[in-house]
Design a protein around this ligand. Structure first.
Ligand code: FRU
Length: 486
């Protein structure tokens, strides 16, 4: 891999022409997605500022234009009317002031009268390269103009390490107050959440305290992207604990998950009613974000970065990396979240193809109905049905296994190439969304989801399904406009 100097990594993008050649090259990649949000060039990581504002869905992502590296970060903007069809809308937040001189890091949004208020972390570094994170505000007006508040809402908190970022804005009705959650690391190098409060979005912010989560005082050394959501009348604390091993997660140390419980905004205590669950049992899933939903708890939608903080992928060589997951609709059943694909995805179905031919279309949906017994679905096999990504079900333990070690192009093998999960009930259905370089497997209508990037080579275009199951397959239409908008 190419080595990047600090100057190259943090060079601001002055004009679109500077990445025109890279865009030309990237857009020819065989791995460009047909219905997932992906970067015009360079690297995409966290989704940010996900919100419905005046009938339009706005979503932003962390973007480094120069290549598949974590250098300077912009907020790139995409819009949708239905969460299915997405259009590029260009850069929204530029790291163009001293307070965000090394990047406009992750954050969230709230809808105001004539604008969306975007809160983000200014990744400020002083002349000695010491990081001093600032919490900043940009207003995106309905006419497309943006205005950045020229000073931070608040500076770094000296009682915590330099790792404090990813403001999540929440309005708490019963307190008639705004709260901002920040992912952080305390002086004992443990992950935690900082809570700020204000009656007003633009000023008056003060540090209210560190969120107490009994039983989770020692759970990884940093918590990124925290949020508290209200889903089906339950409180859900979502965050990404880092540098911790979890059962059946191989050597992965970064996780995106949640705890169900009860939030007490007076005492700043989140009382868990169960354990930490990962949101996704697959490989490439991080920094999940729910669309702002404090006004209506009817629907909660979630999307995430289909990638990992320390992952590398075959497209790195082509100058791009990362995409977002399909938005999913969340609900709570018993002690867990259920995640369903959106009903509108059915509109992307194009042609139904005959499974008996065992040819896997490039972008398709596969619906597998299971009638009992063990099962094996091998995707992206060679013509002789060898290799590929293997999804298997062992009835005796209700165990689903996803193994991608058989693919020609191996991805982050050091983190483990097999993921396993025990489902509560018998397997009845697998709904698999396949794009040119990803697979999202919804088990039993959202009981569990496995997400994986895959990079099939030309010879990996077939599939095999055990005879005790039936499949229907539809090719899917494109739903993202892959144009050069910056
Ligand atoms: C999570 C993260 C955030 C940070 C952003 C920078 O992937 O590290 O904590 O704000 O990415 O791009």
């Amino acid at each position: 891999m190419r080595m990047w100097t600090r100057e190259e990594l943090y060079r601001p993008l002055k004009e679109k022409a500077e990445i025109a050649d890279l865009h030309d090259y990237v857009s020819k990649s065989a791995y460009r997605q047909a219905y997932h949000v992906q970067p015009v060039t360079g690297l995409l990581n966290d989704p940010n500022g996900f919100i419905l504002h005046k009938g339009v869905w706005h979503l932003f992502y962390q973007w480094c234009p120069w290549g598949a590296v974590h250098g300077i970060k912009y907020w790139y903007h995409v819009v949708s009317k239905d969460l299915i069809q997405w259009k590029n809308a260009g850069i929204c937040i530029r790291p163009d002031t001293d307070m965000d001189n090394y990047g406009a890091y992750s954050g969230s949004a709230i809808s105001a009268k004539d604008a969306i208020c975007l809160f983000y972390t200014g990744n400020h570094r002083d002349p000695d390269f010491v990081r001093k994170p600032k919490t900043c505000l940009v207003k995106l007006y309905d006419d497309g103009r943006t205005a950045k508040l020229p000073w931070p809402l608040f500076d770094e908190n000296p009682a915590y390490t330099e790792n404090q970022r990813d403001p999540k804005i929440i309005y708490v009705e019963e307190k008639k107050s705004y709260y901002m959650l920040l992912g952080a690391q305390n002086a004992a190098m443990r992950g935690c959440v900082l809570v700020y409060e204000s009656a007003n979005l633009v000023d008056g912010w003060f540090f209210a305290g560190s969120l107490h989560v009994p039983g989770f005082e020692d759970f990884g050394d940093m918590w990124e992207c925290p949020s508290i959501e209200r889903i089906c009348g339950r409180d859900v604390l979502m965050f990404c604990p880092q540098h911790i091993y979890l059962p059946r997660r191989g050597k992965a140390v970064n996780h995106s998950g949640y705890i169900l419980g009860e939030m007490d905004w007076d005492r700043l205590v989140f009382t868990p009613s169960g354990s930490f669950h990962v949101l996704d049992f697959g490989f490439d899933f991080y920094a999940a974000e729910c669309a702002a939903n404090f006004k209506s708890a009817d629907h909660t939608y979630l999307t995430a970065w289909m990638g990992l903080p320390d992952g590398s992928y075959p497209t790195d060589e082509e100058g791009w990396q990362g995409c977002l997951t399909l938005p999913r609709e969340l609900s709570v059943r018993d002690r867990r979240l259920i995640q369903k694909p959106l009903p509108g995805l059915a509109d992307l179905r194009n042609k139904e193809v005959r499974p008996s031919e065992m040819i896997l279309p490039e972008s398709c949906e596969m619906m597998v109905m299971c009638s009992g017994g063990d099962l094996e679905l091998r995707l992206f096999t060679r013509k002789d049905l060898s290799g590929g990504l293997v999804i298997s079900y062992q009835e005796e333990f209700h165990m689903i296994t996803v193994d991608r070690s058989g693919m020609n192009l191996r991805i982050n093998p050091e983190q483990g190439e097999i993921r396993q999960h025990l489902i509560d009930n018998e397997l009845t259905q697998l709904r698999v969304f396949i794009d040119r370089s990803s697979v999202e497997i919804f088990v039993n209508e959202g009981d569990a989801v496995f997400t994986a990037r895959v990079f099939p080579t030309e010879e990996e275009g077939n599939f095999y399904l055990s005879p005790n199951a039936n499949a229907r397959i539809w090719t899917l239409k494109s739903a993202v406009v892959d144009d050069f908008c910056a």
